[in-house]
Design a protein around this ligand. Structure first.
Ligand code: AMP
Ligand code: MG
Length: 331
């Protein structure tokens, strides 16, 4: 009887450990033009659900995959949207509006002119940029539940928000599967959920724009999505000038306003991702002004003159790794 009890309690212990999700799991996937890695404590099968979800979203939102929903929309100018396309578009359009068009998910024709889609980089003539800019206006997108329409020959590019949306969907799956601790690195968009098994919060590194495999500092946080937009992520150089993949929607030129990177920390992946791109375009003053009016996020902004601007909400959670490289300016 004693033996039976011992075996029974051992079985309960194993079950409890398994259901507490103490097993560290790690999965990776290449999607959305980047490498993604997810670590979590829980059941092995959750990993497949997460990578499956990311691949599914990639196959909806890709602008280059001829079978994607966005590709069909850009070609046919009208589709019956999936729930995800409809949800992400509605959220994006609200943000484009709130950000006065610094975020514009119809930027694709301009992105194409600079060769960022094909990888055949070039500096277009001003005339070409002007004509591409004419069709850039998020107001050309009409969304209702059973139809999305692109007016005036507009083209959709969800590149600025798709990883953040994918992070939100993955966090939903983790929640549904009772995973309490996870770290998702979706290529520059990092979601941290719960605390590390030793009880301490996650530390998210902020890349050094001059040497992106190094970190200039760390933000400690839990249950947040941390998205960084950096000029160093994709760019080309011509005649001594650097042209980055983040486009100033006013000029059609790659953003060149003294910003090196913008990191946004908020409760929502879609919000963090949208804001990191848009505040990069807005520049330092525009970004700080936007934050004063919309304080539902925190930021770390690095400028090319080696200053680090940090919002008040995270000052105490931030540690600089090399204190002499950047001058810290608190807001
Ligand atoms: P992210 O890496 O999140 O900053 O997003 C950059 C991507 O978003 C680019 O590769 C473009 O596809 C797209 N993009 C560039 N500039 C803008 C902009 N001003 N508004 C919306 N999307 C943009
Ligand atoms: Mg973004």
């Amino acid at each position: 009887m004693k033996k039976l009890l011992a075996a029974f309690s051992a079985a309960i212990l194993v079950l409890t450990l398994a259901s507490c999700g103490t097993q560290k799991q790690s999965v990776s996937v290449e999607a959305m033009d980047t490498f993604m890695k997810i670590e979590y404590y829980g059941d092995e099968s959750v990993g497949e659900k997460l990578t499956g979800e990311i691949k599914r979203l990639d196959s909806l939102f890709s602008v280059t995959d001829k079978n994607s929903e966005v590709y069909a929309l850009n070609r046919d100018k009208e589709v019956k949207p999936s729930d995800d396309l409809s949800a992400l578009l509605k959220r994006s359009l609200t943000l484009c509006d709130r950000l006065d068009g610094a975020l514009d998910v119809t930027i694709l024709p301009v992105v194409e002119k600079w060769g960022f889609l094909s990888g055949k980089y070039r500096v277009p003539e001003k005339q070409e940029i002007q004509s591409a800019l004419k069709v850039v206006n998020y107001k050309n997108i009409e969304v209702d539940n059973d139809k999305v329409k692109l007016k005036n020959n507009a083209k959709l590019d969800l590149g600025a928000v798709a990883k953040g949306y994918a992070a939100d969907k993955c966090l939903e799956i983790l929640g549904d599967n009772n995973v309490e601790t996870s770290l998702l690195n979706l290529g520059g968009t990092i979601a941290v959920h719960g605390r590390k098994p030793d009880g301490t919060p996650w530390r998210v590194g902020i890349a050094d724009p001059d040497n992106p495999s190094d970190y200039i500092g760390f933000v400690s946080c839990s249950d947040k999505v941390v998205a960084t937009s950096g000029g160093y992520e994709r760019y080309f150089e011509k005649d001594g000038r650097r042209y980055i993949h983040i486009i100033d929607t006013q000029t059609g030129f790659p953003s060149d306003n003294g910003i090196a990177s913008v990191t946004v920390i908020s409760d929502s992946g879609t919000l963090s991702d949208a804001l990191s791109t848009a505040l990069f375009v807005k520049g330092l003053d525009g970004a700080r002004e936007y934050h004063r009016d919309n304080p539902d996020f925190d930021y770390v902004i690095l400028t090319t003159d080696k200053k680090l601007y940090i919002s008040e909400g995270i000052v105490n959670d931030f540690t600089l790794s090399e204190s002499d490289r950047y001058e810290v300016v608190k807001n």
